[in-house]
Design a protein around this ligand. Structure first.
Ligand code: C5P
Length: 304
């Protein structure tokens, strides 16, 4: 009997490095980034509907505020794109159970798009290979290809050109979440504004960071993490500086704004240190809520 419904689980990401070059003619910035997929997951369930009923979507879970439940959702766009490229009639319902913060710099929307690609491929037995999926993914957003692969990877170009990175060990994270998100284009615009008039180097891979990942050395990873969008996110949301300070004061190995923010990611030595820091951050009153996670984890995957 053909399968009628499928659920795909997909992780969030943090950027251990995000080096942003100047804005190019296409409006995007060339960048070098190191992605790590972490253990906060959305679940995307795609179910077949009656012929000619089209695509519908519902959102449930911990983080639903601000997620479009219409054709603006990247999961719907992913479905439409595959339908058009593979000349398919696609009548499906998409349900997204969200745990990844919305507009938080953790690629929540991109993750859902990646999960949808995997789900549609499975449901319609398209037999897409990794390259075909990545090509669809890159058309939907710069972070979408990474959410297919997960693990640890270096992203270049707009972030969509991936090379797997050699990483050993498990990394433990505490995440300070904000109730109100930041939009990615606004943060890139602010980055350009803050850097106007200064010489901007072409981004390079941070060798100390790469060596530390290879050596399973969280202390050096923590000390060498960097994000060129951090100043812009803090400029738009000054309270983030306080959050970064509090985390460092309480012994995080490293602290940085994740992607375009406003989530702040703290790398900690182990699970116990994570629990201590989560308690301290909550008690400090400077963060809305905290989450704990570990990485790297795999990318979008059909749940058995
Ligand atoms: O690729 P994605 O749709 O996720 O990008 C969202 C926005 O982030 C873009 O419209 C652009 O303003 C900005 N961006 C950028 N340079 C990149 C990636 C994203 O300027 N490399």
């Amino acid at each position: 009997m053909p399968v009628k419904t499928v659920t795909v689980r997909v992780p969030a990401k943090v950027n251990l490095q995000l080096s942003v070059g100047p804005r190019e003619a296409d409006g995007y910035h060339n960048l070098v980034t190191v992605f790590q997929a972490i253990s906060i997951f959305d679940e995307v369930t795609v179910s077949l509907r009656e012929p000619n009923s089209g695509i519908s979507i519902s959102i449930s879970g911990d983080h639903t505020h601000g997620v479009p439940a219409d054709s603006n959702n990247l999961a719907v766009k992913a479905t439409e794109l595959i339908a058009s490229e593979y000349d398919l009639d696609v009548d499906v319902h998409i349900d997204i159970k969200k745990s990844i913060p919305v507009a938080g710099g953790m690629a929540g929307g991109s993750a859902d798009a990646a999960a949808t690609i995997v789900a549609i491929d499975y449901l319609f037995s398209l037999g897409m290979n990794r390259e075909e999926m990545s090509e669809i993914a890159a058309q939907l957003g710069s972070d979408v290809p990474f959410m297919l692969s997960g693990g640890t990877a270096i992203g270049t170009g707009h972030g969509e050109q991936l090379t797997p990175a050699l990483s050993r060990g498990v990394y433990h994270w505490v995440l300070a979440l904000s109730t109100v998100g930041l939009t990615t284009p606004a943060v890139y615009d602010e980055c350009d504004r803050l850097r106007a008039g200064s010489e901007i180097a072409e981004p390079q891979t941070h060798e100390v960071l790469m060596q530390a990942l290879l050596a399973a050395d969280p202390k050096t990873v923590g000390a060498s993490m960097s994000n060129d969008l951090q100043a812009a996110a803090c400029s738009l949301r000054p309270a983030l500086r306080l959050v970064l300070d509090v985390g460092q004061e309480y012994g995080a190995l490293g602290a940085l704004v994740s992607g375009s923010g406003p989530t702040v990611a703290f790398l900690v030595a182990d699970e116990e240190a994570g629990l201590d820091l989560a308690v301290a951050l909550t008690a400090s009153g400077v963060v809305g809520s905290v989450a704990r996670a570990y990485g790297p984890v795999g990318g979008a995957k059909v749940l058995a």
